[in-house]
Design a binder for this molecule. Sequence first.
Ligand code: NDP
Ligand code: MG
Ligand code: MG
Length: 340
Amino acid sequence: MTQVWYQNDIQEEVLKQKKIAIIGYGSQGHAHAQNLKESGFDVVVGLRKGKSWDKAVEDGLEVKSVADATRDAQVVMILLPDEHQPSVFEQEVRPNLQRGDALAFAHGFNVHFNQVVPPQDVDVFLVAPKGPGHLVRRTFTEGAGVPSLFGVEQDVTGECTKLALAYAKGIGSGRAGVLETTFQEETETDLFGEQAVLCGGLSSLVKAGFETLTEAGYQPEVAYFECMHELKLIVDLMYEGGLENMRYSISDTAQWGDFVSGKRIVNEDTKSRMKDVLTDIQNGTFAKGWILENQVNRPQFNAINTKENNHQIEQVGRELRELMPFVKQPAKPKKDVVTH
Ligand code: NDP
Ligand code: MG
Ligand code: MG
């Protein structure tokens, strides 16, 4: 098995001697800043004036402009939305980096696709938690953590691996496991996972199942429970003990149906289309399209988003969840559509 680092395998001294700037205070930013601070590291948050600035101050953190925070720190973690990173980096971060500083990311996209080109004389690493920021924070406060990948892209000081590992430990990932990767592997697998399985594949599967039932005349409410609501229970079982544990809990009828029908839905043909998706990620086609979409202010993104939010499964789901107070409301309202 590949090496997995835990708490006791990781030394913190190299990072303890430095000041860490967390640029951005959103999903990942608030979690990294607070976890690192509570782990005993010296943290400053870099932001523009606005909602996040006020929140970080309220949370008891030292907050400065992006330029000032970068200047103060020796380790600069960029936790802005990926599409905003290149411009903020060029205008406010790059001019304030010093030789021997470390530049860090939580996702390899911008470095791997050359949207951010770090100067040659700084360390460059990534620590990518394999979970949303709110879980990075919540699990930390509960004494646990979210697993992370770390990767070193440039090591000018000879200490970059130690820095990355200490950073991962500081946000709580040493309690869950830290694995080594590269910017390329993290970027390509992250994009593939979210497109083919976690987000794209799953939401398309749920919608197709719902539509199949409603088009056959079944009640949308019943279709919602079958194809969306019950998913969480199944996924929790998989999370806790893999497919075997899920199959142990479901009825034998469900398990037999899983064996005979699953492969009629997702088969070699589906896999060959997954390979096409992976190829588009690897050869930069996906990245190019997404970068261009942002440059023209996201016309397709916004149109598809509106259409998706009005799908019948969403309408019936909203009504049903109103009647199920035990189903927790989303932690925060859906992110505003970014325009720039
Ligand atoms: P968010 O969208 O949550 O980040 C928003 C933050 O960035 C806010 O604090 C916002 O401040 C600030 N911000 C935006 N534009 C600017 C700007 N021009 N100048 C200064 N501050 C700005 O990002 P995420 O946490 O989702 O993502 C951060 C990184 O982490 C990305 O690289 C992402 O790929 C990676 N990642 C994210 C995961 C997740 O769970 N979301 C999981 C793993 C990795 P304001 O309030 O002023 O707008
Ligand atoms: Mg991702
Ligand atoms: Mg059933």
